[in-house]
Design a protein around this ligand. Structure first.
Ligand SMILES: Cc1ncc(COP(=O)(O)O)c(C=O)c1O
Length: 442
């Protein structure tokens, strides 16, 4: 099978270029039309297997479940927008009550927004109010959004920041990206050199921890390349926060909502945060962000932070139906993620033994990344080769997304059928084989 954009796709792309200002598209001419389950169809009727969950949104299948769609449609006919920040309504209260049931004990209070960046903006402001401190610490490689507050924390690619500074009071520290340790060491013999650096350099010479309100941490780096830190790193960061009265914000916009096999990605590390942020999958396909705080932190003064659409009734109806599914199928989902994640990892590890271009395979649950390199010793990023692989897969009917410099994310819906998973991995392997062969001949 070889898919090329048809007449309708070409027309839409041409019109798009005339009226749409900016996006992050770069890899292939994919013009979506309709989707269900594991598949998405383009405007020319071409069928694709989805290994992207549409940027980690469709965790329960492309276009979510029938029940989620039914509840959203029902709410559309009843009342779409209830101005939840000014008037009361029951549905957002019920959803918050149910969300708290799947959170660690002691949580909490929920603030509603419409996206990941807004969920993080709220957390930045709340952390300042709770601690009375003005700085925020985030990690190199992290992505927290593109609005000016969360962009100050984002440090995944300079293209996202250049032209926009100066930023507000954020400082950055190395993340435990062990495959590319910035100190040239190996875990565990490194003795957590990255944390040592944070203590002895960042917090001793740049900004006093007494002035830092919170540490923002993605439990698994998303945009930054699907990097899973050692458990010890997360534990030590929690300890560091405690020692200095800083809050820990677990930024789970991408990693949360069962993606890593647990509802909260941070739970894989046996650590609890003070504030959690989530978005993407929470609304089941409708925009929604949530910022969830530990109850003992208290409240935010009225008017200090708000928005118009937070708690939008259609979004909450969809989120409620999606969460009901997760709660009633929790064990089945967890088992499924373990076996599907295991299948993906085994297959990628096996591919790594045959294709030199694969430098590293890593992941948690069904949040899996494969990093491509030109040379396993120098670890030179195989950026264009990675893009070629994504393009080859598209032509063969598989949708994938990049991450970091030369990584591909493997994030199908959590419910993907084993047969479609296998078919997608076959397509991926064929593409890797082709590009690996071409790279060797160069
Ligand atoms: C970890 C993380 N945080 C924040 C964001 C920003 O979310 P949004 O694009 O909904 O503003 C993203 C988006 O990819 C993300 O992956």
């Amino acid at each position: 099978m070889s898919i090329t954009p048809g007449r309708r796709a070409r027309q839409v792309i041409k019109r798009d270029s005339r009226v749409i200002l900016t996006t992050t598209r770069e890899h292939f001419p994919f013009v979506v039309d309709r989707g269900e389950g594991d598949h998405i169809y383009d405007v020319d009727g071409n069928k694709f297997i989805d290994f992207s969950s549409f940027i980690s949104v469709y965790n329960l299948g492309v276009n979510s479940t029938e029940e989620v769609r039914k509840e959203a449609k029902k709410q559309i006919d009843r009342l779409m927008h209830g101005a939840f920040t000014d008037y009361y309504s029951e549905l957002p209260v019920r959803f918050a009550e149910n969300l708290i049931k799947v959170m660690p004990s002691g949580f909490g209070k929920v603030f509603y927004s419409n996206s990941g960046t807004e969920a993080n903006e709220a957390a930045i402001k709340f952390a300042r109010i709770f601690t009375g401190r003005q700085y925020t610490l985030a990690f190199h490689g992290s992505f927290h959004g593109r609005t000016m507050g969360s962009l100050a924390l984002t440090a995944s690619k300079t293209v996202q920041r250049e032209r926009f500074g100066p930023f507000n009071s954020a400082i950055h520290a190395p993340y435990a990206y062990c495959y590319r340790c910035p100190f040239g060491k190996e875990y565990p013999s490194c003795g957590m050199a990255c944390v040592d650096y944070i203590k002895k350099e960042v917090l001793a010479k740049e900004t006093s921890p007494k002035e830092i309100s919170a540490i923002f941490m993605e439990p698994v780096l998303g945009e930054g390349g699907y990097v899973v830190p050692p458990k010890e790193f997360v534990y030590v960061i929690r300890k560091l926060a405690d020692e200095h009265g800083m809050l820990l914000v677990s930024a789970e916009v991408q990693a949360g909502y069962m993606r890593t096999g647990k509802f909260l990605a941070l739970d894989n590390f046996n650590v609890k945060a003070d504030i959690y942020t989530m978005a993407k999958a929470v609304g089941g396909g409708i925009p929604m962000g949530v910022t969830i705080t530990r109850r003992s932190l208290g409240d935010i003064p009225a008017g200090a932070h708000s928005n118009t659409f937070g708690g939008n009734l259609v979004a909450v109806a969809a989120a409620q139906a999606s969460l009901a599914y997760v709660r009633s199928h929790r064990q089945e989902l967890e088992r499924g993620i373990r076996s599907r994640g295991g299948t993906i990892m085994e297959r990628l590890e096996d591919m790594k033994t045959r294709y030199e271009i694969i430098g590293d395979v890593r992941g948690l649950g069904m949040m899996i990344g494969v990093e491509f390199v030109r040379d396993r010793k120098t670890k030179e990023f195989a950026r264009s080769e990675r893009d070629e692989i994504i393009g080859e897969c598209f032509k063969s009917g598989l949708i994938l997304l990049p991450a970091g410099e030369s990584t591909i994310r493997i994030i199908p819906p959590l419910t993907v059928a084993m047969s479609n998973l296998g078919e997608g991995l076959d397509i991926l392997e064929n593409a890797v084989k082709k590009v690996n062969g071409a790279a060797k001949r160069r």
